[in-house]
Design a protein around this ligand. Sequence first.
Ligand code: SF4
Length: 435
Amino acid sequence: MKYSRLSRAVKPKINPETPDKRVPDKRVLGKPVQEAPDALVRLDAGGAVRGSAKPLFGLDANGLAAVMTEAGEPAWRGRQLAEAIYRQRVAEISQITTLPKPLRAQLESKGWQVGRPEIAQVFRSVDGTERYLVRGLGEGQETVETVWMPEGDDGEAGDGSEMDVEASTAPSTGKDAGWKRATICVSSQVGCAVNCQFCLTAKLGLQRNLTAGEIAGQLVAVFERHAVEVGSARVNLVFMGMGEPFLNYEPFMAAVRLLVEEVGLSPQRMTVSTSGIVPGIEQFALEPPEVRPKLAISLNAPNDKIRNEVMPVNRKWAIEAVMDAVRKVKLRPRERVTFEYVLLGGVTDRVEHAREVARLVRRTGLPAKVNLIAWNPGPGIEYVMPQADAVEAFRTVLGAEGIAAYVRRPRGRDIYAACGQLKGTVEERGPGNRD
Ligand code: SF4
């Protein structure tokens, strides 16, 4: 389904164009402020697979064992299935050679399929970044964006090694030899309800939640494309693509458990970014450390006044409430909380803002770092990019205030770099159009 049709159907409900009449002065810094939508309180909506599709991908060990017992087989054959689809990355039941041929045929005749999400389109940047439109078996035919960043994305290594000197000498394991470490950015929803004013995905509105298999499957599909050897390759995962993971909480955490327990990734190589969904952060704080990714807060403003404007979600959960929730997360040794900060030219990029951010971060009392991201322009969004010297001055002030700060290198600017831009642009023009 094309973006234009969906956006007409969904956008007015969750991305209201009209100002909220309850607040007399809705203008801050000259721009109308929009309210956080009611959808923000839902944590567990979850996605559903479409029609009669019966994907194995997305089922955990118990689910796969149940498939086998239902087929009249011993439950231990579920482990063979898990090994085949998550570790060996087999994409067709007929190719799972550890299962007897008649059993493979029986599963297929019952409608089962591996059902791993597929990379529908690839866009490759001159800097090696690849952006994908990935399609799963969820309701509708929507795609989501997934990004492969060889050599990481500076400041989001996922393992606390921002400078990563060691990684620069590690052997390459990929088919496309040359990358020594990489970061993969995955989506958790089709579109997003949070309505951050600088984000193109917000303009899509929330179309639907992804299933656990669709979230984990983006990563496995990219692993397969780049022949990633789990365990030896230095690959980090960030849940920072389309959507707000904490508004699709259960499928998101189910995907994390699959990736840890079945695919074999360390949760310390994963980072989840939230816009500040307080009930989600509090739930996340209860997750056991063996499966809990690291936490990033998408801060993007130095105070509530500006954050109310650029991130309407702040009107529901203000900065202090978010910080209180973050303090409930029990950090592992050497773990730090990341604060993501998108610099908007003239709006959030001044040195006095940097001082406010430093005070905010210090007040949390937590080991923390700040990732600075120069805003990527997108069509229909009025902000401007910050000047390079403003970005550097911001980082210098944070450093002088004793806050670890890293500037993330812009990646893939020639391939619809803003989150949501690829999907919005390509699908609006129709499949096969790259320009
Ligand atoms: S920045 Fe993230 S949370 Fe905010 S609208 Fe975009 S996708 Fe949603």
